[in-house]
Design a protein around this ligand. Sequence first.
Ligand code: ADP
Ligand code: ZN
Ligand code: ZN
Length: 733
Amino acid sequence: MRPNVARVALPVPLDKQFDYLVPAHLFPVVGGRVSVPFGRQTLVGIVTQFSHESDFPIDQLKPIKAALDTQPVWSTPLYELIAWCSQYYQHPLGDTLSNALPSALRKGKAAEFAATVEWHITEAGKNQLMAGFGRAVKQAKVMHMLESGPCNHQAFIDNEVSTSVLKTLTEKGWIDSQEKQAPRTSWPENMTNEPVDLRLNAEQAVAIASVNSQNEFGCYLLEGVTGSGKTEVYLQMIRPVLERGQQALVLVPEIGLTPQTINRFKKRFNVPIEVIHSGLNDTERLNAWLSARDKVAGIVIGTRSALLTPFADLGIIIVDEEHDTSYKQQDSLRYHARDVAVMRANKEQIPIILGSATPSIETLQNALSGKYHHLILSQRAGLAVPTTNKVIDVKGQYLEAGLSAPLIAEIRRHLELGNQVMLFLNRRGFSPALMCHECGWTAECRRCDAYYTYHQSSNEIRCHHCGSQRPTIHQCESCGSNQLVTVGVGTEQLEAQLESLFPDFNTIRIDRDSTRRKGSLESALDAIKKNEYQILIGTQMLAKGHHFPNVTLVALLDVDGSLYSSDFRASERLAQLFIQVAGRAGRASKPGEVLLQTHHPDHPLLQSLLHKDYRHFAETVIEERKMARLPPFSFLTLIRAEANNSHDVETFLRQVRHSLEAHPLFDHQSMVLGPTPAPIAKRAGKSRWQLMLQVPTRSLMQKIVTSAKPVISQLPLAKKVRWSMDIEPQDLS
Ligand code: ADP
Ligand code: ZN
Ligand code: ZN
């Protein structure tokens, strides 16, 4: 008899699965989706096994409502990889599986290509284009978009066109739409457009040859400064993979910032390329997913979430900018896409290439120790020349909105030569605090252990931790004085200061506030490229992936915070930012200059960065980490907890500590630090504490947390506090 009990993993925050009856007329499969009743809802889950028995009385089980797939959703290796993620990162299986699906499948849609709607202009519309649209600017915008070719829905969303405009224009008969089936093209004979006039240098040739001779698992670090030809190497590694009929997965930190790279892939290869990122709508995402699964696409380029895309026949994985922090997810399933990508390559027995100008300390150590192959590109392929790097000692100097006099002079010099300058300050808003000049009282968020940031443009004070905001205050809440002053400098103030210092030049600010609107980052970057702005101000956001050849001066305004941070990775991140911006400043005809403002010009890490190179810096850091037994020389798990009652949180974490230390393999080489208050001890009204487990090996960490987790979940206080486990945390706050 067919087993009539199905065990189903559901997208709920519980570490268990649920049994359902399989009605005689339904034929679900293991690894396929089913929809089932759950409380008053209907959920979509994945069948993990069939059985004849259940821990519950069989006659009380509810029946499956529908079987949604006739085939497993994933191949066995990919399913195992997702299950491994769930286990390794201590996140419930059902939720992990569900999150690996495109949302259309999560909602129970069929796993088939869905039609996308495409809009085009009609003959009547073309006539109208000549007549114009009078004051109907929104309509004119749509018509002009369509004038240059058909658009899909996403294009309208990106350009903030509302559906009502489309409706009006359709009713007028000026535009029309049709459903477009995703093309099922096969790959052409001629898959590659060979670059003309390009001779690989010796290091590139070696890198390509070592990977191309490999068709089993191997992990390669491709270390090379910006412009050393890494992308060219990726392209030439992918070519033989496609020719063998296999596919390629390329992970990048952020799609919006890498249009040039994507265009290079599209120019080089004539196979379909799918680009997967958070801006896709449900249909587009499903189509991209299916296109990879059914081998319509030859190449998938995507951000972190593209990692678990199914492929008919994956032949290579490339992780560009492998050190980038966006590869680590900071909530829910707290996975590191780079690390899981290495695991995937291992399971699928294919090569993986981790590329960076500034490899993470973890990856570099793996390469130096021989665990990974180390490929180095030491020469710049293009015409770029090294920058001049200097520190400006600001000890005792007067700073105008964070700018020292020597820096202002340099900015003036570069601007007068007709160049662009780029200034980094990792603090948005006008100033990070608002203080009473009479009594020292400082405006503090009522719900967080943090000061309000003053935002002049909106005349508000905002808490950057809980997002609360209110109109700015003009009176001290302690002594009643109206002598309120701003303390410290944010990007907004810097912008205002530069505008008044250099009224003849245009200033633009790139941070989370100025780029909130969709598409505004892209258009700002475009305007910078067209030289519409000469002074560029930004947070780290501005550093990622851009190439502005006309920028000849880059300044990091406040590096001291990173040199003396409580986060042991802060100096690594500073070095990565520095190399990244230095790698992009200037070119042969316009040499670049990088300036760092600091109170600690002699700091050894700064000195090694300025006068040696990233590798020298990184090797110093590796030695420090080894001495301090920090990652990669130990493995960390961060347990965070929060609740209204501080005492509950602390007590809970103390109990957690006991259950970790109770493990028989926990010995003198292992350590639990805490409970300690989190760096932001209170947020949105909740007290926050944390606990750090530090052990010598990854397998020991897994054993300890795996056996402690069910015990922790059963603690009575576990119901009163919100808690989470972050395996190999990247952000310690
Ligand atoms: P990266 O990805 O390391 O920044 P790219 O691959 O983008 O480097 O190379 C930088 C520039 O140099 C590109 O314009 C690329 O086409 C060019 N390039 C790469 N390799 C060579 C080569 N061997 N000879 C000449 N130009 C090259
Ligand atoms: Zn707050
Ligand atoms: Zn006061």
